[in-house]
Design a protein around this ligand. Structure first.
Ligand code: PGA
Length: 256
């Protein structure tokens, strides 16, 4: 279990121009040293418009960060105005794609079937999906957290082979905790994460369930990251708001 390398992914959502993104990554690179990024994998997920610039900077300065996109289209090419495909991301050296973020599900009508098609589009091109799952406050209060999350996980990985599942990342993000300043209790999150692993183990075997990295997401900041990082089930975090400030992001990665 301790084999799993924690992964901190910065989800910048619809923030930062490409110039601001470059500045932020440069600043981050002054604040982090090799020891930090050996211990924790750092992935930057800027908007599409900044992917190329951030990739060039990572490349030219040999920065030890992964690059992630926040979305992808299910098809590889075609008449889909405004969309971006897996092959386009792969050609930019993008390594990760956030799939099924609750904002995509709630604001852009992505259902579990779409999330599944997106996961397949991502793995088809050798990229790693960061699959987001999580319950609403109503679902939590009705005691439906575990069944909701298990179903989202089952659907997202339906028909995806064991090798692709084992290198995937899942982000457990309770919707009521996203951008609210109210985070889940690490013990609670850990229990849901056990359900996530159990669900994947049933489908593709215990080894795979134990190998998948599962992050927590929802109001993570420098002041609370440590509680999550020390929990044995939690393999890092998907960080929104707090990741926009490179100083805060560096403190999160260092989690002292
Ligand atoms: P937050 O967002 O850290 O701002 O709560 C997390 C996310 O949406 O991934």
């Amino acid at each position: 279990m301790s084999e799993r390398r924690p992964i901190i992914a910065a989800n910048w959502k619809m923030h930062k121009t490409h110039l601001e993104a470059i500045q932020a990554v440069q600043k981050l690179s002054y604040l982090l040293d090799r020891k930090d990024t050996e211990r924790v994998e750092v992935v930057i997920c800027p908007p599409f418009t900044a992917l190329r610039s951030v990739q060039t900077l990572i490349d030219s300065d040999r920065l030890p960060y992964g690059l992630g996109a926040q979305n992808v289209h299910v098809e590889d090419e075609g008449a889909f105005t405004g969309e971006v495909s897996g092959p386009m991301l792969a050609a930019l050296d993008v390594g990760y794609v956030i799939v099924g973020h609750s904002e995509r599900r709630q604001l852009f009508g992505e259902d579990d079937a779409t999330v599944n098609r997106k996961v397949k589009a991502v793995v088809r091109h050798g990229l790693v999906p960061i699959v987001c799952v999580g319950e609403t406050l109503e679902e939590r209060e009705a005691g439906g957290t575990q069944s909701k999350v298990a179903e989202q996980v089952r659907m997202a990985f339906d028909g995806v082979d064991a090798a692709a599942v084992s290198s995937a990342v899942v982000a457990y993000e309770p919707i009521w905790a996203i951008g609210t300043g109210r985070h889940a209790e690490p013990t609670d999150a850990g229990q849901v994460i056990e359900v996530i692993r159990g669900t994947l183990s049933e489908r593709v075997g215990k080894d795979v369930g134990a190998a998948v990295r599962v992050q927590y997401g929802g109001s993570v900041k420098a002041g609370n990251i440590r509680e999550f990082m020390v929990h044995p089930e939690i393999d890092g975090a998907l960080v929104g708001g707090a990741s926009l400030d490179p100083e805060e992001l560096a403190l999160i990665v260092k989690f002292r």
